[in-house]
Design a binder for this molecule. Sequence first.
Ligand code: ADP
Ligand code: MG
Ligand code: MG
Length: 884
Amino acid sequence: AKHVYFFGGKTAEDTGLDAKGQKELLGGKGANLAEMCRIGIPVPPGFTITTEVCAAYYEQGKKIPEAAVPAIEEALKKVEAAFGGRKLGDPADPLLVSVRSGAALSMPGMMNTILNLGLTDASVEGLAKKTGNPRFAYDSYRRLIDMFGSTAMGCEHEKFEHEIHEMKKAKGVKLDTDLSADDLKELVTRYKAVYKAHVMDDFPQDPKKQLFLAVNAVFNSWNGNKAIEYRRIERITGLRGTAVNVQAMVFGNMGGTSGTGVAFTRDPNTGENVFYGDYLINAQGEDVVAGIRTPEPIAKLHEDMPKVYEQLVGIRSTLEKHYKEMQDIEFTVQEGVLYMLQTRSGKRTGTAAVRIAVEMVKEGLIDETTAVKRVAPDSLNHLLQPQLDPKSKVEVVAQGIAASPGGASGIVLLSAEAVVAHAEKNPNDSIMLVRKETSPEDVAGMHLAKGILTSTGGKASHAAVVARGWGKPCVVGCEAMKINEEAQTITIAGKTVKAGEFLTINGTTGDVMIGKVPTVAPSMTGDFATLMTWADKGRKLKIRTNADAPADAAKAREFGAEGIGLCRTEHMFFGKDRIAAVREMILATSTDDRKKALAKIEPFQKADFVGIFEAMDGYPVTIRLLDPPLHEFLPQKDNVEGTEDVARQMGVPVSAIRERVDELHEMNPMMGFRGCRLPVVFPEIGDMQVRAIIEAAIEVKKKGKSVLPEIMIPLVGVVEELTMLKKRAIATAEECMTKAGIKVEYQIGTMIELPRAALTADEIAAEAEFFSFGTNDLTQMTFGFSRDDIKGFMPTYLKEKILPVDPFQSIDVKGVGKLIDMGIKLGRESRKAKHGQHLKVGICGEHGGDPDSVVFCHKVGMDYVSCSPFRVPIARLAAAQAAL
Ligand code: ADP
Ligand code: MG
Ligand code: MG
């Protein structure tokens, strides 16, 4: 296979692969550099060493494969020829190159780039003479020593930073750009000393040696901590490695007519069709994103460099027309000449993704199906994020750049490590990560924070890009804020906030507020609603919701839910107005006493069901009978205060409560006296619930609404359980209907959540009118993992790749999935054979809102999935994508 592909001028070597194959072979960056050449966009010439070479590099124990070496040298000659015949590191007139990483999927800032490669003590003089700009030449050289030293040789970047800092202090200047050519020349000497002290060798003076060491470094960065961490969080697997792009350098740091910038072809926060980005005059590469100097907005380039700006605007539209996708671009201007250095499809917030998809359909760039496919279901989370309550009074103390929308309040912590440490102990705390700037080392902490605030940096800074990717509220460049790490405080507008105190940001506006601000739930309108309509056209699965309160049911309907797939009655048992009656029922020692207590609960249950049926007018509502073990309604064994409280409230001796708690205590409650086992032993509990359901249905039907109750019996493992309970439920329901003189349609079905139920689904389906897979319990029982006790081993299981994903988050297709598939087939066949009916099948439990699991549910032919109200739109979109 070919190891190296050249690009430059208006051409690029053909790989003979389709777009996806090209990306896999050349990496995203390399493939797009080649593509830009082909469509006539100015790009400095270069070549790409393939990801296959990276894979071979690792196979051969971190050695560049021998056959690749001459190929690299050959390609270098081509670049030299294409760029004015200059030779790499030629002392008279050197060609310099950048060595850039780039995997098939973009991993922003995760891997190392080396610029200005080819500079040596000799060639730096040549560069100075040729350009007549010694200041620029030495600035480039000291940057190379820093980047090469820290990236390829593992010197600490801070050591170099320290030198430049000292130099600026000694010269009494503030900015790097204020240092003179002589200062920089002196700095080069000091940088080389730092290099030698660490590497125990001189900075290499052979440009080719620099090149090969740099290629090695890029390959090594593929398995650096930052890259591994990023892949873990983003769940990126199955890539061969990174490609290496070696490209002729162009210089944005040659003075006032040079510069560098990054931009998006549309606003990645809102999706608005405007050119969006930042640039810096007289700067190189990473300066814009590193948050060292706060950059200028792209619109201002129109004033600074009108011609370049116009050309750039043209390229913006060429790229969008070509890729039919919003692009994230990098460019550099060298003495008035524009070069493009990168394009890729831009990361965007969920809000922007939706708007861009819908507007591109209207602009005729893409069709509806493409639009539906293009929005990642999980990214809708962003539109479903709470916003700061517009009605709440807020005092804005400062304003930064709105980098990623949504509102967040959290306690201030000043380092990513502090966030990680705090979150480990207090997983429920909301944390605001506050930093000067963030870097790839911070991603773990950033991931755990509710919001991110930085004092420097622009729209393309690391913090902004990463936060946007995750749909996390973020404000950057809040220059009015001063951070004092030592004192663990920040000061904004004269006010001091200590670490641990609350701070609020509005990532939509850039506002920063001290204290906590209430948030409000989002709603589904505009482009969001439009996209959902398109999604619904292709969708086969119905989407229901898990809700046990009328307000949740109403919210879910607003989001498009087509029924309730799981109404958990035990949540209703905890209501303040009835918990006493529930406890009375549990303490009862005779059936009569128990019935008396149940009679007190019944009106509450019925009223709850009335509310839910009304909210779900016209849609089915699946109600699960009481599921948890009874002791969950009593204080825990060692809770002395709680036990005394309950005893006082109920007017019984403390010992009575304690005795019952002891009696009900179970070694393994999740596999104990719960689910259908409760009404098997205490039928009156089931009777009460069925009566409440049917009477509520009758009442709502009387009001002229349409009610479709589905009574669901949990934790059935043996068909006889269902046979018994169903018989009793029918008798109770008939009694209610006869009494009222009204009939309601209702169904009786079961949850399939025990492996035995799935294995004997044919028997169970003879009795059940529907199945709902309770995948939380089914996963727990299949793996034998208590879902509340996975903390200790699941992280290791994932890290060691024993499991590809946490099976409680995404269905384990191989094992649990096999049970589901089998259960559906057995159940459907048997129901059809015995009753001539289609067995309705759905899923409840957390997996119903997980896009990958939804795809699975579609594949195995379920009728619906059910998930929490705020995941309904996500499930709708995932179901549509599964069907397309
Ligand atoms: P990343 O993958 O982190 O974005 P890049 O490979 O894009 O890293 O390099 C970072 C920056 O270095 C680029 O944005 C660009 O500004 C600068 N750069 C890379 N190659 C060149 C080049 N040939 N000439 C000028 N600047 C370059
Ligand atoms: Mg880049
Ligand atoms: Mg269950």
